[in-house]
Write a protein that binds this ligand. Sequence first.
Ligand code: SF4
Length: 312
Amino acid sequence: MTFSLYWMQSGGCGGDTMSFLNLAFPPIHELLELLRIRLLWHPSLSTLAPSQRQEQDERLRQGETPLDILVVEGAVVRGPTSTGMYDTLRGRPKKDLIAALARRARYVIALGTCASFGGIGVDAYVQTVGLQYRRIEAGGLLGADFRSEAGLPVINLAGCPCHPDVLAGTLTTLVRGDPLELDEFHRPLDWYGMLVHQGCTRNEYHEYRVEEVEFAQSGCLFFHRGCHGPLVGGPCNKLLWNGQSSKTRVGIPCFGCTSPHFPPSYPFFETQNIEGVPVALPMGIDRPHYLVYKTMAAAAAPERLKHRVTKI
Ligand code: SF4
């Protein structure tokens, strides 16, 4: 049995394609072979002539060619004035083709934060939405009640970009017919049920509130440098990028790119705080307890951390 996959690029930077092309274990062609996935269309990997693609698109629209997995990368563009004419294919709004294919597909995957939640263009003139969300608001292009042929909502693989192993793992789960547990924003718990903070090599600095104030110091990036690691779910410090690193490991704060609120309306490298205490606290903690805990922890910080002897 083979699985057909159609990859649609819409309003985005193409970063999720770039990320997926870097899949290493196994490389893309081996993954597709192992899972018996037949690629109907991918903008960087397919060789169909425009007329062949057009014919295929029509067959898919009509249901004459079965579609197992639809992957959409990039936000759905609705502007100007809900026509979608800012993002077209063959003179027609891409949003209409996306909606038509989604109705035919067994599974629909929104790849990246723009496709999942609308991303950078939500409040801009391009009027973007995600496939089933507009930020945290359910709805998006397909509506809150949308379910694909297999009975699942759109599977949101958030991230800017999404880690290639997350897509590879999701495809493997779907092809094998294994259950896929989703969180409240329809992101698979296997990859979004952990915090970016988990696995960060700066954890001990966070614990004792030894903070990085200037870049390139050792220390935690939460209190001054805008790190969202304890605020958002994502596997960035578990599935390392290129198999070896992450933002926080090289001294860049996590920007919270898996969150429906991404991108934030304030600068990436600043922590919003009130009298030195971050406005957004680690997921699940209340303010009074956090204040007491952090004051005591800072007072108890070991000298090797205060002097930043412990390597990151
Ligand atoms: S740098 Fe960010 S992810 Fe790392 S320990 Fe600090 S808050 Fe957590």
